[in-house]
Design a protein around this ligand. Structure first.
Ligand code: ATP
Ligand code: MG
Length: 139
């Protein structure tokens, strides 16, 4: 079993798709280990996407991630990191495969409904950024 980290982004929460996305994730075999609805501050959103800080879309991305509530998720299944990326679909919904969460629910390359960790190492870092080891059942 492997854990990964996901965020239901502000666009999807605001449009009332959070429940459908959770159902989609459970239907894909993920167990919800921990879940919290919150609103990200500038420093938390900026720190989370710090890897992109030199990219032209960084400021816009951080503003978007702060615009409303998000749902933070710790998810578990076999091969969770890779499977979540497949279930999410491509970053740009125009390129996302049929049936993926981004094909179904994303508005644009920026407002793309869901985040998923891109590797086991980033999953561990991102889980620890938002959840305690008690919440992750790691004690
Ligand atoms: P995420 O990290 O959110 O799971 P990703 O790994 O598919 O998405 P990244 O390249 O890490 O894609 O980009 C992080 C986020 O930045 C994207 O999900 C999207 O919200 C935004 N983004 C990426 N590329 C662009 C772009 N060209 N224009 C605007 N926003 C973008
Ligand atoms: Mg990414």
């Amino acid at each position: 079993m492997q854990k990964t980290f996901s965020i239901i982004k502000p666009d999807a929460v605001a449009s009332g798709r959070a429940g459908q996305i959770l159902a989609h994730l459970e239907g894909a075999g993920f167990r919800i280990v921990a879940m919290r609805m919150t609103r990200l501050s500038q420093s938390v959103a900026g720190g989370f996407y710090a890897v992109h800080k030199e990219r032209p879309f960084y400021n816009s991305l951080v503003t978007f991630m702060m615009e409303g509530p998000v749902v933070l998720l710790a998810l578990e299944r076999e091969d969770a990191v890779k499977t979540l990326r497949e279930v999410m679909g491509a970053t740009n919904p125009a390129n996302a495969a049929d049936g993926t969460i981004r094909k179904l629910f994303a508005e644009s390359i920026e407002r793309n409904a869901i985040h998923g960790s891109d590797a086991p190492e980033t999953a561990a870092q991102e889980l620890a950024y938002f959840f305690t080891s008690v919440e992750l059942n790691q004690l």
